[in-house]
Design a protein around this ligand. Structure first.
Ligand code: CA
Ligand code: CA
Ligand code: CA
Length: 997
C-alpha cells in the first residue's frame, strides 16, 4: 500500500468544494481539482470520484466511446433505512480505488474497492466494521447511477426484465430514450437491466436482495437534466444482516460490464449487453447440467402405498437409459420420505422405510449416475405436518393452516427455521444418509426472491446440491428448473414460466424455467409415467422426450447470440428459424431438424452419434456433420426399452444419407458398428432378479409347465402372463438372505376361480404361499402404475433361520382358461410380531410392508391420491386436544390407519388375498377406533356387493367395535369402512383382531 499523506493544498480545495468531508490524498497520484481519479484496464478506463465511491464515466479504449455513470455529486449511504454522510478516505492501490467510509455517529466503517478487469468493473464492499453496538442490517447507496445513457447519445435505450409468469404477455420493458420520454418520479425495480447507446452496451449484476422479494435487484430511473434526459441503473439495497441472524450475509458486491458489438451484427443493442452480462452474472449451481437433462420424470409415492420403491425407480431409470441410448434424466423422487409426497415434512432425513429406506435410496441415487440420471427429492419448507419431529410451537404458527392432504399442515416460521440453523441440519441429515443425491426440488415455497429464499439457496448449494422449485418466481436467483414451466398442462396458465425474452436470451442454456412450446426454442416438457398425476404410460414419456425435449436440449447446448423475429442465431454456428410454419434448425449451414423430423448430433458439441426421429415416418435425406462425411457407411439402430437394435448399415453418398423410419420411433446412428448395451441387472439391490420382468423374457426364472410368457402391455409395462390352460410355475432362487423375517409380495390379477399363487420354499422352514382366485377389485391408487386394472398386491411372510441365505420364490397358476397376470415382486425384511394360535388374523399396523395392508383402497373418490394413510404418532401434536383436535391420530403403539376428510363411498376393504374368509365359517372381527363424526359405516361384502352396513358412532375416545358374520360360499367375503356422507371428519382404526369359529 502506498503511504498517504494529506496534502495541504487539497484540504484547502475541499473547503471550497460543495462536498462532504472528503479526505483524498496521495503522494504519487495526480488528483484533479474535482477529485477525479482514473483507473483502467487495456479495454476500459473509468473515472471515479475520490471523495465518495462513485463511477463518473467509462471510456472504451479502442475507439474512445463513452458510457456514463453518475455525473452528479453524491455523498450519502443509507444504513438500516437512514441516510448518513460518511467521512471518506481514498487511496489508489495498484490501479484499484479504495475507499474507507467512516460513520462516527454509529461507529461503523465500510471499506469499498473498485477495480477494472478487462471490460468489467467490480465494486466490492470488502469490510463492514461495527465498532460499537450498532448492527448493520441493510446497506445502500441511493442514486448510485452505476450506468447511465443520455438522450444526446445516439441509440440510447433501456431494456429491463421484471418477473412475469403468465403464458400471455411479457415482463420485458424496452424504453428508447428520447428527449420527450416520461420521467420516473422514483426508481423502478427490475431483475435484469441493460443500457446501450449506438457504440456500447452495458449491464450490472449484484448480490443485493430485499426482505420480501428481489424485485429491486436493478433500479432504473429516467430523469430530466438541464440539457438531456437520462436513464440510469444501479442496484437495490443489500441485506447485510437479516432480522434474526447473528451472522452476516456475504459482503455486498456489484459488477458492471461494458461491451461493444459483441455479436457482430453491426449494431449495438440490448442483446450485446445481454451476452456481456453472462460474464458477470451468478451461475446457479448445476446450471451447466441443464442442457443434458433431457428426460423429465417424477416417480410418486403417496399415502403409505410405496408404489414406486427406490429399487423399482432404478429399474425404470435403466429402461429409459436403454430406450434413449443414455440420454440424461432429471428425476424428482416425489414422496421419498415418510408416507409419501410431503408427509412428515420438514423431517427431510426421514426416508420412507416402505419406499426402501436410506440404504436403497442411496443405492438408487448412486447407481443412477451410471445411467446418466440425476436424482433429487421433493421437499416442503413452507408447511409442516404434526407427525414431523421438527413440528413444534416454535416452528409453526398453529393458527395458520396450510395445505391439507393426508393431514392438515401448518405454516412454518421460515425466518426461525433459517436463523436457528435447524433447517440446515435437517437438510444435512438427508445428504449425510444419501451422499449421491443430486438436487433438491423445493415445492410450494411462495417466497419469491426474498432473503429467506436466498438463505435456503445458500444452504442447499453448500451441500453441493442443485436447487429446483415449483414456481418460476420463487428462487429466480438460485433455481434452474421449475415444475409449472415444464409440466405444461399442470397448474394455471398465469404462473407458468418466466416470460421474458431478455432473460431467456441470457439464460436459455442454463434453466428450464421458460414458457414452453416456443415456436423456435421449444421448451422442456414432461410426460412422466411413474404415478405423478396418475400418469403411467412409459411410451408417452419416450414420445415427449424425443418429440419435444431432445430438440429443446440440443438448442440449450448453445448460448443465444442474436434473436430476431425471423430467427435465432446461437453459438457455434447454430440457427433456428421458421420457414413456412415449419421449424428448421441448422448447424454449420446444414439442416439438422426439419419440422417434426430430425437428425440431431449428440452430444451436440462432440457429435459422436446422431439421433433420428420422424413423427410421421418415412424416408428422409440428410447431410451429415463434417466429421461424418468421409465415412463410407454408418450404422443405424432402432431404440426400444431393450436397447439398441441393429437395423442396417447405411451408405454415405456425397456426404448424405437416406433414412427410412417408423413413425414416432427413436433411432440412433453410429459411425461404426457398436456393441449392444451391456445386459441390465434388473432388480439391483433386491433379493430378486428382474422383479418387474423388464428383460422381456424368463431367462432369470425356472419354468415348469407351459403358458407363461412376458408380455409388454399397452402402456409399456412388461408383465408375466399365463395364457395356457395347464398348471405352470416359474421360480427363482433368492440369495443374500440372512436370519430374520421377510415378506414377499406381487401384483396379481386372475379370474374364474383360477388360482394364482405366490409362495416361498426351501428356506429352512415350511413352504408358505398365498393365492388369489378372483380379482374383482379395481386398483384405485393413482400413483400406482397398475391403477385402473384389477391388479392388487398379495403377500406372504417367511422366517429365515440362522445360517440360511437362500430361498425359492415361485409364482404358480393352476390349470384354467382365464388369463393370469403377475408383476412387480418385492422381497423385503420386515419385523413381525408373533400372534397367539387361537387368533385367525391380527394387525396392529406397526410393521406394514406397503399400502394399508390388509386393506386396499376402495372406490370412494375413484382413482385418486387417497387421504388414507398410516398415521405416525408425535404427541401431543397428532393427538386429541392439541389445537382443538377432536380425536387421536394414533390409538395404540406408534402407528394406526387414518382416513382424513375422505370422499363418500367405500374407503378401504380387505380382499381375499389379504384376509381369506373360508366359506361357511363364522368370523368375529374386532378393532379399536376413534371417529370425529358419525359419518362412517362398517361394511361387510361379498364380491363387489355390500351385504351389511352398520353406522359407526362418533367416538372421541377409543372404542372397540366387534361384529360377526358367516363367510360366503364363493370365497369372496370381505369387510371395510365406508364414508356415508360428505361431512369433514376423520376415522382412525387400530388393533384389528379376527377370530374364526
Ligand atoms: Ca450487436
Ligand atoms: Ca413390469
Ligand atoms: Ca398401532
Amino acid at each position: 500500500m502506498k503511504s498517504l499523506r494529506i496534502s495541504a493544498l487539497f484540504l484547502l480545495l475541499l473547503q471550497i468544494l460543495p462536498i462532504q468531508s472528503c479526505i483524498a490524498k496521495s503522494n504519487h497520484l495526480f488528483i484533479d481539482k474535482d477529485g477525479i481519479q482514473t483507473i483502467k484496464s487495456k479495454t476500459l478506463s473509468i473515472s471515479v470520484d475520490s471523495s465518495f465511491p462513485r463511477i463518473i464515466q467509462y471510456n472504451w479504449t479502442a475507439n474512445e466511446s463513452v458510457f456514463y455513470g453518475q455525473e452528479d455529486k453524491i455523498s450519502q449511504v443509507k444504513i438500516n433505512g437512514k441516510l448518513y454522510t460518511p467521512e471518506t478516505t481514498f487511496s489508489l492501490i495498484k490501479n484499484e480505488a479504495h475507499y474507507t467510509l467512516d460513520i462516527p455517529e454509529i461507529k461503523v466503517t465500510v471499506k469499498i474497492q473498485i477495480k477494472v478487469v478487462d471490460n468489467i468493473v467490480e465494486f466490492n464492499v470488502t469490510q463492514i466494521a461495527e465498532k460499537g453496538d450498532f448492527k448493520v442490517s441493510t446497506f445502500e447507496i441511493p442514486n448510485h447511477n452505476l450506468l447511465s445513457v443520455r438522450s444526446t447519445q445516439k441509440g440510447a435505450s433501456f431494456a429491463g426484465a421484471k418477473m412475469f409468469t403468465n403464458v400471455k404477455g411479457s415482463g420485458d420493458v424496452f424504453e428508447p430514450l428520447t428527449a420527450t420520454v416520461k420521467k420516473d418520479s422514483i426508481a423502478k425495480g427490475y431483475l435484469y437491466g441493460i443500457l446501450n447507446n449506438d457504440q456500447l452496451a452495458a449491464s450490472i449484476w449484484s448480490n443485493s436482495t430485499g426482505e420480501k422479494n428481489d424485485d429491486d435487484r436493478v433500479l432504473k430511473q429516467t430523469t430530466k437534466k438541464e440539457d438531456y434526459s437520462r436513464i440510469a441503473i444501479w442496484n437495490g439495497s443489500w441485506i447485510y444482516r437479516a432480522k434474526g441472524m447473528k451472522t452476516p450475509d456475504p459482503l455486498p458486491v456489484v459488477k458492471v460490464v461494458i461491451t461493444n458489438d459483441i455479436n457482430n451484427d453491426k449494431k449495438v443493442d440490448w442483446q450485446d449487453g445481454a451476452i456481456a452480462f453472462r460474464s458477470i452474472m451468478n451461475n446457479p449451481l448445476g446450471s451447466e447440467k441443464i442442457p443434458n437433462l433431457v428426460v423429465q420424470r417424477i416417480p410418486m409415492n403417496f399415502a403409505s402405498q410405496a408404489t414406486n420403491p427406490f429399487t423399482k425407480t432404478l429399474d425404470e431409470t435403466k429402461r429409459i437409459f436403454l430406450n434413449t441410448d443414455g440420454l440424461g434424466q432429471y428425476v424428482i423422487l416425489k414422496g421419498y420420505g415418510s408416507e409419501g409426497h410431503d408427509s412428515k415434512h420438514p423431517d427431510y432425513g426421514d426416508i420412507g422405510k416402505r419406499q426402501g429406506g436410506a440404504k436403497d435410496m442411496e443405492m438408487l441415487c448412486k447407481q443412477a449416475i451410471k445411467y446418466n440420471a440425476l436424482m433429487g427429492v421433493h421437499i416442503n419448507g413452507t408447511e409442516s405436518y404434526p407427525e414431523a419431529t421438527a413440528f413444534d410451537d416454535s416452528l409453526v404458527n398453529k393458527t395458520k393452516k396450510g395445505w391439507d392432504w393426508l393431514d392438515p399442515s401448518y405454516y412454518i416460521n421460515k425466518r426461525y427455521d433459517g436463523t436457528s440453523n435447524n433447517r440446515m441440519l435437517r437438510l444435512k441429515s438427508l445428504k449425510d444418509q444419501v451422499p449421491s443425491l443430486g438436487f433438491i426440488y423445493c415445492d410450494v415455497w411462495y417466497d419469491k426472491g426474498s432473503w429467506d429464499s436466498k438463505k435456503l439457496g445458500r444452504e442447499i448449494h453448500s451441500l453441493g446440491l442443485m436447487l429446483t422449485t415449483e414456481f418460476p418466481n420463487d428462487h429466480e436467483y438460485d433455481a434452474v428448473w421449475n415444475h409449472w414451466a415444464v409440466d405444461y398442462d399442470y397448474g394455471g396458465k398465469d404462473i407458468k414460466g418466466f416470460n421474458s425474452q431478455i432473460v431467456r436470451f441470457i439464460r436459455n442454456h442454463q434453466k428450464d424455467t421458460w414458457i414452453g412450446r416456443h415456436p423456435l426454442l421449444g421448451g422442456a416438457e414432461m410426460k412422466d409415467f411413474e404415478g405423478w398425476q396418475g400418469r403411467n404410460n412409459f411410451d408417452d414419456c419416450i414420445k415427449m422426450t424425443f418429440a419435444t425435449d431432445l430438440p429443446t436440449k440440443y438448442l440449450q447446448h448453445f448460448p443465444i447470440l442474436n434473436w430476431e423475429e425471423s430467427g435465432i442465431t446461437l453459438d457455434k454456428n447454430v440457427t433456428v428459424k421458421m420457414v413456412s410454419d415449419k421449424r428448421i434448425i441448422t448447424k454449420d449451414g446444414r439442416t439438422v431438424l426439419n419440422g417434426d423430423t430430425y437428425l440431431l448430433p449428440w452430444n451436440p458439441l462432440t457429435e459422436e452419434k446422431l439421433y433420428h426421429w420422424n413423427a410421421s415416418g418415412g424416408t428422409t435425406t440428410w447431410e451429415l456433420p463434417e466429421s461424418w462425411k468421409k465415412l463410407k457407411t454408418i450404422v443405424l439402430y432402432k431404440l426400444s426399452d431393450q436397447g439398441r437394435e441393429f437395423v442396417q448399415e447405411l451408405e454415405v453418398k456425397n456426404g448424405q444419407i437416406e433414412l427410412n423410419a417408423e413413425p414416432n420411433i427413436p433411432y440412433v446412428l453410429y459411425k461404426t458398428k457398436t456393441a449392444s448395451q451391456p445386459a441390465m441387472v434388473w432388480g439391483e439391490g433386491t433379493f430378486i432378479k428382474d422383479p418387474g420382468f423388464n428383460s422381456g423374457n424368463l431367462k432369470n426364472w425356472t419354468v415348469e409347465g407351459s403358458g407363461f410368457s412376458v408380455v409388454r402391455n399397452k402402456i409399456g409395462q412388461y408383465e408375466l402372463e399365463m395364457n395356457g390352460t395347464g398348471a405352470a410355475t416359474v421360480s427363482q432362487t433368492l440369495s443374500g438372505l440372512s436370519a430374520g423375517t421377510y415378506y414377499a409380495s406381487v401384483y396379481v390379477a386372475t379370474s374364474g376361480n383360477r388360482r394364482a399363487y405366490l409362495g416361498i420354499k426351501d428356506f429352512g422352514g415350511q413352504e408358505v404361499s398365498t393365492y388369489a382366485t378372483n380379482s374383482l377389485w379395481k386398483n384405485y391408487i393413482a400413483a400406482d402404475s397398475k391403477h385402473d386394472t384389477n391388479l392388487q398386491r398379495m403377500y406372504v411372510y417367511f422366517k429365515v433361520p440362522q445360517g440360511q441365505t437362500t430361498a425359492k420364490l415361485f409364482l404358480h397358476a393352476d390349470a384354467g382358461t382365464e388369463t393370469v397376470v403377475f408383476d412387480d415382486i418385492r422381497v423385503v425384511p420386515i419385523k413381525q410380531e408373533s400372534k397367539p394360535l387361537d387368533i385367525f388374523f391380527t394387525e396392529n399396523f406397526e410393521n406394514i410392508p406397503d399400502g394399508i395392508y390388509p386393506f386396499i383402497k376402495g372406490p370412494a373418490g375413484g382413482v385418486n391420491d387417497p387421504r388414507i394413510h398410516l398415521s405416525e404418532i408425535h404427541a401431543p401434536y397428532t393427538q386429541k386436544g392439541w389445537n382443538g383436535k377432536l380425536i387421536d391420530d394414533v390409538l395404540n403403539g406408534n402407528w394406526s390407519v387414518k382416513a382424513h376428510s375422505e370422499e363418500v363411498g367405500l374407503l378401504f376393504q380387505t380382499i381375499p388375498q389379504t384376509v381369506r374368509f373360508k366359506p361357511g365359517k363364522t368370523y368375529t372381527v374386532t378393532f379399536k377406533y376413534q371417529s370425529s363424526g358419525a359419518d362412517y359405516a362398517l361394511v361387510n361384502g361379498d364380491g363387489i356387493k355390500n351385504n351389511l352396513s352398520i353406522v359407526i358412532d362418533e367416538a372421541t375416545t377409543t372404542k372397540t367395535l366387534s361384529f360377526s358374520f358367516i363367510a360366503s360360499e364363493n370365497g369372496n367375503s370381505w369387510f371395510g369402512i365406508e364414508k356415508i356422507n360428505d361431512k369433514e371428519s376423520d376415522f382412525v382404526l387400530d388393533d384389528l383382531v379376527i377370530i374364526e369359529k
